[in-house]
Write a new protein. Structure first.
Length: 251
């Protein structure tokens, strides 16, 4: 018989999982807004990803396999990348350098496993995202509006190349499992696929680092006036002194 403590543990674990899942979805929406989408567009893209995420489109057969691409985990991130490139929010030369770096990192932290697919061990699996985020910051140190799109495109395309494309031959060399339609789907894990996840985490890395930088700059602009510390607000404008406040009250 299940006692009350076991029920409480189950409820707590389920609640924690749902809370983390909600936080992840909120971070995805925040990332989409950061790279240039409106709130409505970001919500729509997230909804379409979740609804169409488990649908895969077959591309071609090979050695008993059907190579496919997931709508949510593959096509939608690629469509976002091409929109950012087409709208010139990402420079081609900078993008090629970023994609090359992330491709190199991704290839060496991932491996092909028979019966499983392309895998990477945690926490090293986040190395491509960190590389994409730091590279974008090295190019646009003070501008998140430019750093975020570059981080996203470098992360998504670099991971796609380094994990799925460069390891594709290894996976296809394994015998296909039994069944009428064995499918190898690119981005098949939807929002939890490495391709999708790397783009999101890369932008989060850029956001976090730039926020830390701005806080450090704010502290650096703090100064002493008459023995009391005077800081600055988020726009880095001096805080009013006691004399300023008295004069304001006299007006």
């Amino acid at each position: 018989m299940v006692n009350e403590s076991e029920i409480f543990v189950v409820i707590f674990v389920v609640g924690l999982v749902l809370l983390l899942f909600y936080a992840y979805l909120a971070s995805i929406e925040r990332v989409l807004i950061s790279i240039g989408f409106t709130t409505g567009e970001a919500s729509t893209l997230l909804f379409l990803t979740l609804v169409l995420g488990w649908i895969s489109i077959p591309l071609f057969p090979y050695n008993g396999w059907w190579v496919a691409i997931s709508v949510g985990g593959g096509l939608i991130p690629l469509a976002i990348c091409f929109r950012l490139i087409w709208s010139k929010r990402v420079d081609i030369a900078e993008m090629l350098i970023g994609v090359t770096i992330v491709t190199y990192v991704t290839y060496f932290v991932t491996r092909a496993e028979e019966g499983v697919g392309i895998v990477a061990d945690v926490p090293i699996a986040f190395a491509p995202a960190i590389a994409a985020g730091l590279f974008s910051l090295s190019v646009f140190w003070n501008d998140l509006r430019k750093a975020a799109p570059l981080a996203y495109v470098s992360g998504v395309l670099g991971t796609l190349m380094g994990a799925d494309v460069l390891h594709l031959g290894e996976i296809l060399s394994y015998d296909a499992p039994g069944g009428d339609f064995p499918m190898l789907s690119i981005g098949g894990a939807n929002i939890f696929d490495m391709v999708y996840l790397t783009g999101v985490v890369a932008v989060v890395v850029a956001i976090v680092v730039l926020r830390i930088k701005k806080k450090q700059e704010a502290y650096a602009y703090a100064y002493f006036d008459g023995g009391s510390v005077v800081t600055q607000d988020k726009e880095l404008t001096p805080a009013p002194t006691l004399f300023d406040r008295i004069m304001e009250q006299l007006k």
